[in-house]
Design a protein around this ligand. Sequence first.
Ligand SMILES: NC(=O)c1ccc[n+]([C@@H]2O[C@H](COP(=O)([O-])OP(=O)(O)OC[C@H]3O[C@@H](n4cnc5c(N)ncnc54)[C@H](OP(=O)(O)O)[C@@H]3O)[C@@H](O)[C@H]2O)c1
Length: 369
Amino acid sequence: MSAERHDALLRHMKRAVRLAVRGHGRVEPNPMVGCVVLDAGGRDVGAGFHRRLGGEHAEVEALRRAGAAAKGGTLVVTLEPCSHHGRTPPCTDAIRAAGVARVFFAARDPNPAAAGGAEALRRAGIEATHLPCPLADELNAPFLRRTIDERPWVSAKWAQTIDGAIAAPSGESRWISSPRMRRAVHRERGRVDAILTGIGTVLIDDPQLTVRGVTARRTPIRVVVDPRLRLRADTKLARDAATGPAVVVAVRPDELEQRRDRREELEALGVRFVELPPEPGGLSAMLRALARDFGVHRVLVESGGGLLGAMVRESLIDECWVVLAPTIAGSASAPRAVRGLEPSAPASMHRRRLAGSWRRGDEMLLLYR
Ligand SMILES: NC(=O)c1ccc[n+]([C@@H]2O[C@H](COP(=O)([O-])OP(=O)(O)OC[C@H]3O[C@@H](n4cnc5c(N)ncnc54)[C@H](OP(=O)(O)O)[C@@H]3O)[C@@H](O)[C@H]2O)c1
């Protein structure tokens, strides 16, 4: 393939990725998928994306838009087209029926039930080529995490001052970020399956962990990591466990047994429990239990440094959303976003890659993966 053609195809693939992202919060646990159809002359004649779980796949929407112009043309899609009957018929059938001559896909489908699409296309005489694209890898990472590792994709979010404080020395963190930034966070809350925090944050901030002030695409459950079952019945979370989104508390099995009174008191309020096995591996087992028992595929962690430190140590944080506020706390006793790692030198610090940055007035939102 000529460099010129490769660059043109990558441009279409990037557009397909941007379209795919629009399904975030509506399609999971399905992958986000975007697609662009070109006619035989290479002109863009139709595009589409997977809009909601159970709805049309991206390829089908794009082909419907392209109509007869797809014949002899090219289809560019972020994920290998499926060749199985799932919630919808196989996309490979639609591609064949439209008379498409060649398909470029950015990632192979890791789901054994859906894989084999490229092979099915080739058997039908359609050229099917893997076209690697870093932007599509970013898009597909959460789906691959869920499918290959069988645990949710975990995003951590915190707001910090320029000098790295996430609260005043008193523990008071309301508010480090502006109302505008908090609205952006609420939008992300409304696209995940669970908001997770630590008991330290619950006892200091008494948060509700609900989506407010924006339209939610899904209603996340609220999870508290509370190994010793310190959650009190008079917290906001416990008080509206029966009427609001589910509240699930992760507790060590021995504590759940020993603290029967508190457990029953919370259960009567509608609080549910999940086991938190001892370290190492306890938090990871808890995440897999949330996926299995509560259908949690995407988690937003909004905890303090104690829990985040433990999760970073166990390599359970897939991405960090950091709000950088234009303030300086200037106190050694102000809490930090991540605690307890104690590296011996800069070389042994956990390293992340900047995957995105957005400026909002004097604040920055940084995405590290
Ligand atoms: N600015 C922001 O974006 C933001 C966001 C959230 C919170 N905060 C601030 O963060 C502060 C609270 O931080 P924090 O560190 O005390 O609270 P936290 O991280 O929310 O919770 C800490 C608790 O998690 C449990 N935990 C820690 N490591 C664990 C592990 N390996 N396995 C299982 N459980 C584990 C421990 O419970 P036990 O002690 O019971 O064992 C620990 O006390 C507050 O000042 C809050 O305002 C700021």
